[in-house]
Design a binder for this molecule. Sequence first.
Ligand code: BJW
Length: 234
Amino acid sequence: MGFDSKPSIVILTGAGISAESGLPTFRDNGGLWEQHRMEDVATPEAFQRNPALVQRFYNERRRKLKDVSPNAAHHALVQLENHWSGPLLLVTQNVDDLHARAGSRSLLPMHGELLKARCLECGAVSVWVKDILPESRCPRCGQLGQLRPHIVWFGEMPLEMDRIFTALEGCGLFIAIGTSGTVYPAAGFVNAVPAGARTIEINLEFAIAGSRFDEQRQGTATERVPELVAELLK
Ligand code: BJW
């Protein structure tokens, strides 16, 4: 079903949209949290306790980005952005660069980006495509060994929350793709949209308990997202 006028769209993506590109999700079978305890690699305390382990976890994931490419779901969202005449904001929980590489422009990576490093000394955020090592220097202030991955860990504030909630509160369509909806604040975004807004969820599988979305479309992101985009642009 299409729209008569063009409402503002907010799209939230999670690890499921990149799964078919070859990047593991967190909580599925074979996911990242099966091999690593999230308390050991994705908290500020873990980084203080064992920076080498945390850097290795993110260095390995950063290296892997070279071997993967955006898939049909990432590309379909670019089509939607290019042809939708209303406002559109793509909020991703993913730290990979696949939306950006596909060509999404109105993109907000709320949990940070693997290809950036942040300096604990001067706060500068720099593009960083290599491993972060003890001998790495901040490109801005030159300090040695003070770079951390530009990633939002548990207990830290996700990025640009004001901009996200402003968009949610003004949207007419909210679409969540490939996220388990277990991590807040993203899991609560569906509750922040106006009462009349349409809400659609795409996922490989759904919990049996009731959903907070108007529509649930079950299937892979590479099937369901291009389908939905074609419907919306009809
Ligand atoms: C497919 C598919 C295919 C597979 N096609 N689909 C107690 C109660 C409530 C909240 C809290 C609490 N205790 C602590 C909190 C807060 C905490 C939190 O939510 N914890 C929960 C675990 C309970 N949150 C925070 O700390 C956040 N900060 C915060 O809250 O600040 C305060 C604040 C308050 C109010 C407003 C604003 C701020 C920070 C969260 C940081 C999350 N960081 C991580 C790791 C870092 C990034 C990284 O290393 O990559 O981000 S955790 C991890 O989970 C990662 C992801 O972005 C995030 C979400 O995971 P996602 O994407 O949903 O992946 P999965 O694996 O869970 O699901 C994949 C889905 O895809 C599945 O459903 C599959 O079915 C599906 N799928 N293949 C379609 N082909």
